[in-house]
Design a protein around this ligand. Structure first.
Ligand code: GLY
Length: 382
């Protein structure tokens, strides 16, 4: 079993092994101090995951003596709203769940975010364990303590930082994902390769969908650990994890969420890599390799929205501070930097990335140069 320690303000372990879902009760008893006195475990899951894995998780928890309750919400991001969140809290109150009991999230990023937020706020905070069952949740959202729900005005607008007690990753659960959901997780994996690990990126180029799951998941988590232990509350270095997300979030919103998050990030990473190549910040080869790998995972790399539509949404990005925005820009495969720039600089820079790179690897043009963009990086490098 691979174990990674996440030494945030509340430290915890991430365990990765094929088949460990069936021993989640034992692992929770063994690794969660907070579970010592817990009598009730509330599994929060969605209807797809409940049918596939709910029984196995509940049986393991019951074997360890937990009174096990299962709260199921409809699959899909639309469930991550204030009314479903409120119903979860009301349900736990009716079931007399106490502060020494615990929530067990079983599912993808949607249930993970909402179950975590319920745990952060119910009775002013109860322990929770993440059992992510999608690739996106295993490599990214289950670690680092971001929890929350969507508001009508936008995604993740209500939330809290709250670290779990334990994360249990069973790569076998990826076998039942649709190709599209698996591929969107691959976008986040490619993101980690570009951010900080050329070796991981090359492994993905060599194996594509047949990558070594345990190695890949644990490398992504190690990189996330290195970032969130330095910047748990997202005030600087953690912004690196937003590679591809500024334009990605805009495209996701404009598509009315018909684009999945990972698909939108794939488009965002392609655009920012091309823009970086055109500005001479990374090589053209770096941008071309990123785009080619994303395409091999079956991910979209072109944006159907006009620059005008995209920039209007990007201007209201919640990461924006006053009249400037921090953009994560690749320098090479395995190294990125954060540059703070004005909104108009960002627009000029990104517009260059909305056009495809020339097929013949010829001159990428000089629409804008590195030295003309931003007030310099923030010293944050992956
Ligand atoms: N998923 C980005 C973060 O955890 O900061």
């Amino acid at each position: 079993m691979r174990e990674t320690d996440i030494n945030t303000s509340h430290p915890y372990k991430v365990l990765i092994e094929r088949g460990i879902l069936g021993s989640c009760g034992q692992l929770i008893r063994k690794y969660c101090k907070a579970a010592e006195k817990a009598e009730t475990a509330v599994i929060i899951t969605d209807d797809n995951v409940a049918a596939l894995y709910g029984g196995r998780a509940a049986a393991s928890l019951e074997e360890e003596g937990f009174r096990t309750l299962v709260y199921t919400v409809p699959n899909g991001e639309a469930s991550k709203n204030i009314s479903v969140y409120g119903e979860i809290l009301e349900y736990m109150a009716r079931e007399h769940v106490t502060r020494s009991d615990m929530i067990v999230d079983l599912g993808g990023g949607m249930t993970g975010d909402m179950a975590g937020f319920a745990a952060a706020t119910f009775l002013r905070g109860i322990p929770f364990v993440q059992i992510p069952t999608t690739l996106l949740a295993q490599v990214d959202s289950s670690v680092g303590g971001k929890t929350g729900i969507d508001l009508k005005a936008g995604k993740n607008l209500a939330g809290a930082f709250c670290q779990p007690e334990l994360v249990i990753c069973d790569p076998d659960t990826l076998d039942t994902l649709s190709d599209r959901v698996f591929a969107e997780g691959c976008a986040e994996v490619v993101k980690y390769g570009v951010l900080g690990d050329e070796k991981l990126f090359s492994h993905l180029e060599q194996t594509v969908k047949d990558f070594d799951r345990e190695y890949t998941i644990s490398r992504c988590i190690e990189m996330k650990r290195d970032i969130v232990t330095v910047d748990e509350f997202d005030t600087g270095l953690r912004q690196l994890l937003n590679l591809g997300h500024t334009l990605g979030h805009a495209a996701e919103l404009l598509s009315d969420f018909s684009l999945y998050h990972g698909e939108a990030v794939s488009i965002g990473m392609t655009v920012v890599s091309r823009a970086a190549a055109r500005a001479g910040i990374c090589s053209e080869e770096c941008a071309a390799r990123t785009e080619a790998l994303l395409k091999r995972f079956g991910l979209p790399t072109e944006c159907s929205f006009s620059p005008k539509e995209l920039f209007e949404v990007m201007r209201s990005d919640k990461k924006r501070k006053g009249s400037s925005i921090s953009l994560v820009i690749p320098k090479s495969i395995g190294e990125c930097e954060i540059r703070k720039m004005s909104l108009s600089e960002m627009q000029i820079f990104m517009e260059a990335g909305l056009e495809e790179l020339p097929e013949d690897n010829g001159d990428v043009g000089t629409a804008v140069r590195a030295e003309d963009i931003g007030t310099g990086d923030l010293g944050a490098k992956a």
